[in-house]
Design a protein around this ligand. Structure first.
Ligand code: ATP
Ligand code: LTN
Length: 329
């Protein structure tokens, strides 16, 4: 039987966080043998929020190097940059024409992000249809993402079903794949919000590429509570988040961790969490340093990736054009 297809993407909208790593990136390499995987750097999505062109170029290559450092193997998976495959934007346009405006306005990410900017551009509203295009273009069966992407995945499924019923069966309706532990890592400063690389508070996130000292400092500064007991409960969201981080990087269950820290203070717990994070990120940090400066290799990977992706994308887009009534070229 043919392998099933996986598609996922990460925005080069900043440097990647521990949340990106635990919720998405570190799960990518494990899927390579069982699935036919496509991993994309979604630069067209990143520009829905203002980007400095120089920074965007740097961040795009950083994400590519992090993909490789995380163990994604270009011999097994297709790694590419979204803007190199124009079929994403073309399909996104077509899908916009069958997506109700109200549905896009109800997306929580749109509501959150538009509240934070003075002028809301149309790209931010249409972000989810482009994401649907990314996934549907390759007939992906599953999409490994963090829990914050659930609503976007549901919209993608809706769009696929709508297209299929209007124009006859065309798209695979994809499933979401979220990690059991760590699907939503929270901010270290405001644990009611997710850890986000676009936050203005640097202490709220740990970057994969932060130094070991910085990592330790940020965890020491993480907001806790006045209870003073290590518990895994919603009443102690800061501690709960640190337990989740600990658990997802060690495989120990939250219950085990709570037991380990019975009768111990937050100070000791936090320094252990810091060591777990430092150790957990060390291999990817080290590999990143080796890969990032090899420009020729990076170029080879994204060129070949775009070629493979473009071949597959063209196939689906041709089908879509035909069904919608466009004259073939
Ligand atoms: P931004 O913060 O700039 O809006 P983001 O980090 O939320 O961006 P992406 O870079 O596109 O968005 O996210 C890449 C992947 O990381 C997605 O699968 C997303 O669900 C996951 N992810 C992002 N933040 C977290 C988090 N705090 N916990 C778990 N997974 C996360
Ligand atoms: N919206 C996603 C990034 C993204 C994506 C995708 C994820 C864009 N296109 C396709 C999976 C599949 C996010 O995590 N913010």
């Amino acid at each position: 039987m043919d392998k099933k297809t996986i598609f996922s993407g990460i925005q080069p909208s900043g440097s990647l966080t521990l949340g990106n790593y635990i919720g998405a990136l570190r799960n990518f390499s494990e899927l390579q043998d069982e699935y036919n995987c496509l991993y994309c750097i979604v630069d067209l999505h990143a520009i829905t929020v203002a980007q400095e062109p120089k920074e965007l170029r740097k961040n795009t290559l950083d994400v590519l190097a992090l993909y490789l450092a995380a163990g994604i193997d270009p011999e097994k998976s297709t790694i590419f940059i979204q803007s190199h495959v124009p079929q994403h934007a073309e399909l996104g346009w077509c899908l916009n024409t069958i997506t109700p405006l109200g549905q896009l306005q109800r997306m929580t990410q749109f509501k959150d992000k538009s509240q934070r900017t003075k002028e809301v551009d149309a790209g931010l509203l249409n972000y989810p249809t482009l994401m649907a295009a990314d996934i549907l273009l390759y007939q992906a069966d599953s999409v490994p993402v963090g829990a914050d992407q659930k609503q976007h995945l549901e919209l993608t499924r809706d769009i696929a079903q709508r297209f299929n019923s209007r124009y006859s069966d065309t798209f695979t309706v994809p499933e979401i794949m979220t990690p059991k532990v760590g699907a939503k890592i929270m901010s270290l400063q405001e644990p009611q919000y997710k850890m986000s690389k676009s936050s203005s508070d640097k202490d709220s996130y740990i970057l994969i590429l932060d130094s070991e000292d910085e990592t330790r400092k940020k965890i020491k500064k993480a907001v806790t509570d006045s209870v003073g007991v290590v518990n895994f409960t919603d009443e102690q969201p800061g501690i709960k988040n640190l337990i989740t981080i600990y658990s997802s990087l060690t495989g120990k269950t939250p219950e085990d961790i709570v037991k380990m820290y019975e009768g111990k203070g937050y100070g000791e717990f936090k320094s252990d969490v810091a060591e777990v994070v430092v150790e957990g990120l060390r291999p990817i940090r080290t590999k990143f340093e080796e890969i990032r400066n090899d420009k020729e290799y990076l170029e080879k990977v994204y060129r070949e990736g775009a070629q493979k992706a473009s071949f597959l994308g063209t196939k689906t887009l041709r089908k879509v054009h035909k069904k919608m009534g466009f004259i073939p070229r």
